[in-house]
Design a protein around this ligand. Structure first.
Ligand SMILES: Cc1cc2nc3c(=O)[nH]c(=O)nc-3n(C[C@H](O)[C@H](O)[C@H](O)COP(=O)(O)OP(=O)(O)OC[C@H]3O[C@@H](n4cnc5c(N)ncnc54)[C@H](O)[C@@H]3O)c2cc1C
Ligand code: SF4
Ligand code: SF4
Length: 420
């Protein structure tokens, strides 16, 4: 990860909000817009997907229930991986190409703060070379959208934005009133974010030299990968992570109840979950298609693959989450067995698309269980119909079922563990 090249002026303070990831709207000239723009208040994903992508999730394409509308889906990698990137750097390369091809005036994304490269800080980038400083994943919340008004004030009417799902939703909700000529959203999936302070505590538990860590990723093969200054690298199986030593609020309620893992309202989603060690791209609409074309032969694209069965692991996850009664999932495995299971999981657990489907179902169950325990009145307004459908076929005790309005599209069991 690189330090920031240019630090923006200080941003206004956020307005205090319940269930908020400080996307930046509350720091704008009209903080009341949160009421109609926030993912955590009364989102309408179905209407937004229809408006942005021109159609709803297609029941004839079952993966759209999990991943949202998409035209093409790929396992992908840049032929020349970029230094400092989280994976191969497709995300920031797309943003570079938007600027290089003059499709946008500026790109809104995050970089590392001057005093802490792990702390995400919003950045408005006009020079493609500057995007090298933005590469990499930082755990924490960045008030990205606080820079929308400054961007407009500078006359930038054509914007590219790299956004997490809880930043994409408010951006889409406000898109029409912003007066932009063009908006191109490169989304990444997101799950299990936390504050940067919590993240530092996590690093301290993982290694005696946390200040040497330059990279961390929760990989699709059930390992956390750490890279250190110099050439050092360490891989830790998920089952050996010091989860029990983390504070109960390590993952905030926002991220435990987030309803959009795959960034369904972006033009293109770039992640890794179904990539089997490479990246995973969902092209959602013609803007996303045009963006991917800007990469030409730089990117290697392959059909995504799938293996394993998700039903057992998902039900196990649900049982653990319920046992913890809305707190941290418990692990019912003796310590001596963990290294063995940790090594086996990459071979026997769900992989590729099946892993991505499993994670979507786990996330849906987690959202419903935590809202049921911590904020039951929120669930009715906050949870889209498709989230309930993702957990059909699984056993969740004591879950308050939604009212009929939300259940009208029932009729299929999606939790049965099928593989393409
Ligand atoms: C907290 C978090 C959780 C994630 N969880 C998943 C997951 O479960 N599954 C999955 O497939 N992908 C997840 N991702 C996305 C993944 O880490 C990679 O960003 C993605 O695969 C793109 O890789 P890349 O090499 O193309 O990105 P790069 O070219 O390295 O670019 C990464 C981009 O992400 C931006 N970014 C980094 N941190 C933040 C942040 N905190 N807030 C806003 N923007 C940020 C950077 O500014 C940069 O523009 C997560 C990302 C974050 C930030
Ligand atoms: S819109 Fe953004 S700033 Fe406002 S409450 Fe939601 S996450 Fe917080
Ligand atoms: S998990 Fe959801 S709420 Fe948390 S940072 Fe990611 S997109 Fe936002």
């Amino acid at each position: 990860m690189h330090p920031a090249t240019a630090q923006p002026p200080p941003l206004p303070d956020p307005a205090p909000r319940d269930l908020c990831t400080d996307c930046g709207v509350s720091r704008s000239s009209d903080p009341k817009r949160c009421g109609r723009a926030c993912q955590f208040i009364r989102p309408d994903y179905a209407a937004m997907e229809q408006r942005i992508h021109g159609r709803a999730r297609d029941p004839q394409r079952p993966d759209e229930l999990h991943f949202g509308p998409f035209r093409q889906m790929y396992q992908a990698a840049l032929r020349e991986p970029r230094s400092g990137a989280q994976w191969t750097g497709i995300t920031t390369r797309l943003a570079e190409r938007l600027l290089e091809s003059d499709r946008v005036d500026a790109v809104l994304t995050v970089t590392g703060a001057a005093d802490d490269p792990w702390h995400p800080q919003p950045a408005l980038v006009t020079d493609p070379a500057q995007l090298a400083d933005c590469r990499g994943m930082r755990m924490g919340y960045a008030p990205l959208l606080a820079l929308l008004e400054p961007a407009m004030a500078k006359g930038y009417r054509r914007l590219g934005v790299v956004a997490l799902p809880c930043q994409t939703y408010p951006l889409r909700a406000l898109e029409q009133e912003l007066g932009l000529e063009r908006l191109e959203i490169i989304g990444t999936p997101c799950s299990d974010n936390t504050t940067t302070a919590h993240f530092h505590r996590f690093l301290e538990l993982l290694t005696p030299t946390p200040e040497q860590v330059t990279y961390l990723e929760f990989r699709a093969d059930y390992h956390v990968e750490l890279r250190f200054r110099g050439d050092g690298k360490r891989e830790i199986p998920f089952l050996q992570l010091p989860i029990a030593q983390l504070p109960a609020d390590f993952w905030p309620l926002t991220c435990r109840t987030c309803v959009d893992y795959t960034n369904a309202l972006a033009d293109i989603t770039v992640g890794y979950m179904a990539g089997r060690g490479e990246q995973w791209i969902l092209v959602r609409n013609p803007r996303g298609e045009a963006m991917l074309e800007l990469l030409g032969d730089e990117v290697r694209l392959r059909p995504p693959r799938s293996a394993g069965k998700r039903a057992g692991p998902v039900q196990g996850f649900i049982d653990n989450t319920e046992r913890a009664a809305g707190g941290m999932p418990t692990r019912g495995m003796p310590n001596w067995l963990r290294p063995i299971v940790g090594r086996l999981m990459p071979y026997v657990g769900p992989r590729g698309l099946e892993l991505a489907r499993a994670r979507l179902e786990m996330k849906a169950a987690e959202t419903l269980i935590h809202l049921h325990h911590k904020a039951p009145r929120r669930a009715r307004a906050m949870v889209p119909e498709h989230v309930y459908r993702l957990v059909e076929g699984y056993r969740i005790d004591g879950l308050e079922r939604p009212e009929p309005r939300r259940r009208r599209a029932r009729g299929r069991t999606f939790g049965s563990g099928g593989v393409d």
